[in-house]
Design a protein around this ligand. Structure first.
Ligand code: BGC
Length: 721
């Protein structure tokens, strides 16, 4: 796909000196120190910088202080394209993760929408806003499968399931890159962190990982494979090692698997100063060794540490790195610069976008991402209710945007109090004093609760305990918030907990005291409005968890697609005592795929158009069609995510007791039923062996169609030789 530019690139390469070639592999940020700007420009003029990362050197892109300045960017671009010898444009990259000016839910939340079409639409909006600010390339989507909510970065990815990961990956890439990468409103996307970073041991950031090849192919790679299939232009290698091999210097992961096995044609950028980190990881002695290992492994662009620009010339001269390796890396980078159209349109371009529509889409995605975890006949609330609104998140703005928000502004984000007063009027919302107060005045609390009809608690976590280098050893609710829940319960009123969080927190001991639990996540610019849409029944909740909610931190890792332990048989997801814990049942508090609605759906038995199919027929592209009738038996119209799971009953390798293979999210009107049909084809019935060979094995498969991963609504089909 990107090789179409290769003959053009060969001509460019012929005129480049070795140093200029290495310059293309060098990514730097704009110096903070104004006195260093001239040097920076001079480096660009000499062709020693190929890409600029719009991030602060101290904060690896986490610093929202650096303002976008397109004139500033154009000045560097002018030097690159007009004053450097080869006139090769710079490519500007930034962490535009789940929003730009308009912020959408953190990716773990948007995965819970189970609505790839809406995700794609929102990521298109993000691309428009970022492209208008002169950004060409985003370091997103993050596709790290993660089974450990202690890891702060779980918020950035699609959760625990490879199929959901793949669907989200495809949606994000299509959204970011648009119909043509060279369009003014497209961003080059970057699949990160390749690979295995989400498996950091103990959820501790940057930590080692142990991943078998079988797990790699079946769990960690599928989302990346989907991003590649969707035409992603770049990949970021990950900080972690796998089984003692840093990915940054791994030919196995960067070349054998990524290029040769998966056919990737774009370029790989390192993570922030990860090349030089090879020294600390103990596989390189000198900086030159780091550069040699990384470039020979297939890592094309060096982010920030200048290891390449300082060492590669010498390494080529002394024969440790061949010039062909450098040429190949340059070629991959130029493919993407050409595909982005930077040679023709190097300067910042105005992209006209509809901000009001973006905000409306953000509200819709935030609402679809919210998961109603519990509802004992309390929601939706009447708009005439008198509500006592308490809790640390009621006036919060910044946390609602979530981690990795660089350009969205807290001051433009309605807080929950504002959203609620907008929805039901100021007089109906009791907050115990002036709503602007920063301190917490407890003296009014019980009085306000008791004169209300219902207590709503705005609970959650700060964005500062999520994201990079922000892991937690304890993912339960903080002590002060737990006490608040107890006091609210003691008021005798119905109590609704609205949780603004980044990760699934351990709710045992808390949710029991709440009559309803709405998980709103760090849902972005419009999350407060969206939460009110749901609380007051304007929107019917439809989110489903894309990650398991454990009861306690100690139950981690707990994920749904596990194999059967064998003792006792058919123990699934710890639902049996002696395969669990003596000090508490370790079943999930809320399982994968779970979420309530204001209506209920009744599932008919799945039926197959054919109970058996031959392997040969499957390989020819034929399939078994599985259908189930789903009826809305409640009082309101609602959306349901109908989920298809399989279990390969006997195989050469232990297979999971449930694996999600498809889902469909549908609006079903009250009293209506729809027949949902899935195609069970070759792609859905197989798995990869440890060498990455995909195969479908003959035998029986249980096929489940239901509302979450615990469904027992099953039919058995057979694949024969
Ligand atoms: C993070 C990446 C990010 C990069 C650039 C690193 O610390 O791991 O996800 O894209 O910084 O800001």
């Amino acid at each position: 796909m990107y090789t179409e530019y290769d003959s053009q690139i060969d001509v460019i390469l012929k005129n480049m000196t070795l140093r200029e070639k290495i310059g293309q592999l060098n990514q730097k940020n704009i110096p903070n120190d104004i006195n260093k700007l001239e040097d920076f420009k001079e480096q660009i003029r000499r062709g020693e910088i190929g890409s600029v990362i719009l991030a602060d050197s101290m904060h690896a892109g986490n610093d929202p202080q650096r303002n976008i300045d397109t004139e500033f960017y154009d000045e560097f671009q002018r030097i690159a394209t007009e004053e450097s010898r080869n006139h090769i444009p710079l490519i500007y990259g930034r962490d535009v993760i789940h929003g730009h000016r308009t912020v959408y839910p953190i990716p773990l939340a948007s995965a819970a929408s189970f609505n790839p079409e809406l995700i794609e639409k929102c990521y298109r909006n993000i691309a428009e806003e970022a492209a208008n600010d002169g950004i060409h390339w985003t370091f997103s989507p993050m596709l790290d499968l993660c089974r450990d909510p202690r890891w702060g970065r779980i918020i950035e990815g699609p959760g625990e399931d490879p199929y959901v990961g793949a669907r989200c990956a495809e949606a994000c890439v299509k959204g970011f890159q648009g119909s043509n990468l060279s369009n003014d409103d497209s961003l080059v996307a970057c699949a990160k962190h390749y690979i295995g970073y989400g498996a950091s041991e103990g959820g501790r950031d940057y930590h080692r990982t142990e991943i078998s090849d079988y797990s790699l192919y079946n769990y960690y790679l599928p989302a990346f494979r989907a991003a590649l299939d969707a035409g992603i232009g770049t990949v970021m290698s990950s900080f972690n090692d796998i089984n003692g091999q840093p990915v940054t210097s791994s030919k196995k992961y960067l070349t054998d698997i990524l290029r040769e096995y998966m056919g990737f044609e774009g370029f790989v950028v390192s993570d922030w100063t990860a090349v030089i980190q090879l020294k600390a990881q103990g596989v390189a002695e000198t900086e030159a060794d780091c550069a040699e290992l990384a470039v020979n492994a297939g890592l094309d662009m060096d982010m920030m540490d200048e290891c390449y620009i300082n060492n590669l010339e010498e390494l080529v001269r002394n024969g440790k790195v061949s010039e062909t390796v450098i040429d190949t890396a340059v070629k991959r980078i130029l493919r993407i610069k050409l595909a982005k159209g930077l040679f023709d349109k190097p300067y910042c371009r105005t992209v006209v976008y509809d901000r009001a529509q973006h905000l409306a889409d953000a509200r819709e995605l935030a609402a679809e991402s919210m998961v109603l975890l519990k509802n004992d006949n309390v929601l939706p609330l009447s708009k005439n209710s008198k509500i006592a609104l308490f809790g640390p998140m009621r006036y919060e703005r910044r946390a609602l945007l979530g981690g990795w928000t660089l350009d969205g502004k807290a001051c433009e984000t309605p807080n929950f109090y504002e959203a609620m007063t907008e929805a039901i009027g100021k007089d109906n919302v009791f907050v115990g004093g002036e709503p602007t107060e920063l301190h917490y005045d407890r003296s009014w609390e019980m009085w306000e609760m008791q004169r209300s009809d219902v207590v709503v608690l705005a609970l959650g976590e700060s964005e500062k305990v999520t994201g990079e280098a922000c892991s937690l050893a304890d993912i339960s609710l903080g002590a002060a918030q737990k006490q608040l829940v107890k006091r609210a319960k003691a008021s005798g009123k119905k109590v609704v907990g609205v949780f603004f969080c980044g990760r699934p927190i351990a709710l045992e001991g808390v949710a029991e005291d709440l009559d309803a639990v709405l998980y709103a996540w760090h849902g972005g610019s419009q999350v407060a409005n969206a939460a009110c849409d749901i609380l007051f029944g304007d929107t019917v909740p439809s989110g489903k968890t894309a990650v398991t909610f454990p009861r306690k931190t100690g139950h981690i890792p707990l994920y749904y697609n596990v194999t059967s332990s064998g003792r006792p048989c058919n123990c699934y997801y710890n639902n049996c005592d002696y395969a669990s814990y003596i000090d508490g049942q370790a079943t999930p508090y809320y399982p994968f795929g779970y979420g309530l609605s204001y209506t209920s759906f009744e599932y008919g038995k799945p039926v197959a158009d054919n109970n058996e199919i031959s392997l040969e027929e499957l390989k020819k592209g034929n399939s078994i069609k599985i259908s189930a009738e789903v009826k809305n038996i409640g009082e309101v119209d609602g959306k349901e995510t109908v989920q298809l799971y399989i279990r390969d009953k006997v195989a050469s390798q232990m297979r999971p007791m449930r694996e999600l293979k498809d889902f469909k999210k549908l609006l079903i009107k009250k009293n209506e039923s729809v027949t949902v049909t899935f195609e069970l084809d070759y792609k859905k019935l197989g798995f990869y062996d440890s060498d990455g060979n995909y195969k479908v094995e003959s035998g029986e498969f249980d096929v489940f169609v239901g509302e979450n991963c615990l469904t027992e609504n099953v039919i058995t089909v057979c694949v024969y030789d």
